[in-house]
Write a protein that binds this ligand. Sequence first.
Ligand SMILES: Nc1nc2c(c(=O)[nH]1)N[C@@H](CN(C=O)c1ccc(C(=O)N[C@@H](CCC(=O)O)C(=O)O)cc1)CN2
Length: 284
Amino acid sequence: MSAELISGKTIGEEIRQSITQRVDKLKELGVTPGLAVVLVGNDPASHTYVTNKQKTSKKLGMHSELIEFDESISQEELLNTINRLNTDDSIHGILVQLPLPEHIEERAVIAAIDPSKDVDGFHPINAGKLMIGEEGFIPCTPFGIMKMIEKIGFDLKGKHAVVIGRSNIVGKPIGQLLLQQDATVTYCHSKTVDLPTITKQADLLVAAVGRPKMITSEHVKEGAVVIDVGINRDENNKLCGDVDFDDVKEIASAITPVPGGVGPMTITMLMANTLLSAERTLQK
Ligand SMILES: Nc1nc2c(c(=O)[nH]1)N[C@@H](CN(C=O)c1ccc(C(=O)N[C@@H](CCC(=O)O)C(=O)O)cc1)CN2
């Protein structure tokens, strides 16, 4: 058996087309969605991601601002910038690219963003809203994963979903979203005993571990849907996920590739959240 490929490039493109139409409508009503991206330091991967965020937002007709700081910026200066963006009416979405340099407290920076502009969905208010099923902002990667699951028509009701990873950005929120769709959710992590016995029971397996090709066919049930959140480099410095794609594709029913799977969905859902934030200003 060879699994169906769940392409984030294709699904993302479809979603972006509908975003463009909604942006045009909003502009006719006098609101141009505005995104501010804050980048600190010189991490090459972060640089690529923020460039893509900027390019994509502009392509969709949004207003986009990139604010770059040297690695040595103080936390206070960064917080001042966030405060300014919080009160700027042309900005509907603010994000601070992670990771931040060690001398800056990530939690304090995230908490300083106005929750109504927190298009990353990382603010404690939005994390809490997600937990109790209230409308806020859904973090972009888990949001993208849910869109992919919806697109392939996989009904989560009563299914066993196993999430490997418990980060605030991916693992915890995706578990909550799967639960909201009536899946039975199990979280696994670095201290889980006998991982394959648990993952082998999964109808849907989400791997967000950060270890190249760690998940093999030994971890996967025949016919399972496999979502790979990892972005790693293999022994030949080639981009790969947490899942050994060539091995697992033989037994899964559907699988996301790396690159071209979950990653591109993250940026698309950031655009969706920015648009949503701008649309909400008309409801106030
Ligand atoms: N403030 C945030 N920081 C970070 C987030 C986030 O959602 N908000 N997530 C990641 C980085 N990230 C977006 O910021 C991101 C990562 C990967 C991709 C992507 O499209 N990956 C490609 C491969 C890219 C490559 O060639 O290296 C893929 O999987 O096809 C998009 C966005 C951490 N920081």
